[in-house]
Design a protein around this ligand. Structure first.
Ligand SMILES: Nc1ncnc2c1ncn2[C@@H]1O[C@H](COP(=O)(O)OP(=O)(O)O)[C@@H](O)[C@H]1O
Ligand SMILES: [Mg+2]
Length: 277
């Protein structure tokens, strides 16, 4: 090798080493990743909301993202799907680099991700079953998926199966505006399952429920996703929900990721410090 080639070779090796050190914390665990976020940054006006965030979510893992109100949890979750456009950084979701996708490819990627919001976003005057059938629109479109009554039989049966998985088989025909908050959120979970997602994101999925309904729905949600071996990233401002239901906890404070730890080892003092002003 000539001395110039050698110098270039060394420079390249140093650059690789630097990258390796930077991602060592997130790359420690082996196994396929469903989410990889690197140096993600987002500003709203002059305010930096997310400051060079990096983390991985391993396939099949349940990961809780915690942080005080306004910490940027929802922004981070939405950036993962480019529902909000990040300013910098890269996001790999289910093996696809989100920032390189055109609109059509992005739509296809989003269809593989079940998203459950704090408020269920169901169509109130339609039945639970029809709302779940709507989840199939992620894979197929057309009037056949507008109402359960006109949906193909196999779609209707699949929707019923999804409702049964959340314990609501007996409520299929009921209008969702007559269901309780916990039941509505379970319908929203069934609708997300109907997408046959590869990955599920949830933004404070039980924050609008009373504590006991919240526990019940969280337990059901996590059990269901574990059984289906689905990767799960959810936000919460409830510490117990984070440490009890997740495999790993990410903590966001002042735009930085200050905690990335297995839930069983997440230090309770450090966790509480996330909320100190
Ligand atoms: N579209 C927006 N325009 C300007 N500021 C926003 C917008 N969305 C969120 N913010 C601000 O960004 C910060 C983070 O918000 P958010 O991600 O909703 O936090 P969290 O979900 O942790 O409560 C908040 O201060 C919020 O006011
Ligand atoms: Mg939020």
């Amino acid at each position: 090798m000539t001395s110039l080639a050698l110098r270039e070779h060394e420079a390249a090796a140093t650059a690789v080493a630097a990258v390796a050190v930077e991602s060592a914390a997130v790359a420690a665990e082996p196994g396929p990743r469903d989410i990889s976020v690197r140096r993600l940054a987002k500003n709203f006006g002059e305010r930096r909301i997310l400051d060079r965030i990096g983390f991985d979510v391993l396939r099949g893992q349940a990961v809780a993202l915690i942080g005080a109100n306004g910490a940027g949890k929802s922004t981070l979750l939405r950036c993962c799907l480019r529902l909000i456009e990040p300013d910098e950084g890269s996001i790999t979701l289910l093996g696809e680099k989100a920032e390189t996708l055109n609109r059509r490819a992005l739509r296809r990627l989003r269809a593989r991700v079940g998203f459950v919001f704090q408020r269920h976003n169901l169509v109130p005057r339609l039945s639970a079953l029809t709302n779940v059938v709507h989840g199939a629109q992620a894979r197929a479109s057309g009037p056949a998926y507008w109402f359960h009554s006109v949906a193909p039989r196999r779609v209707r049966e699949e929707a019923l199966h999804c409702l049964a998985q959340v314990g609501l088989a007996d409520f299929a025909a009921q209008r969702v505006d007559t269901l309780s908050g916990g039941q509505s959120q379970r319908v929203a979970i069934a609708r997300a399952l109907m997408q046959r997602p590869a990955l599920v994101l949830a933004d404070e999925p039980v924050a609008s429920l009373d504590p006991s309904a919240g526990e019940e729905v969280m337990q059901l949600f996590v059990d269901l996703l574990k059984r289906e071996k689905l990767t799960f990233l959810y936000t919460s401002h409830n510490l117990r929900h984070a440490t009890h239901y997740a495999d790993r906890v990410l903590g966001l404070r002042e735009g930085r990721l200050v905690i990335d730890a297995p839930a069983a080892q997440a230090d309770s003092v450090a966790l509480r410090a996330i909320y100190d002003r």
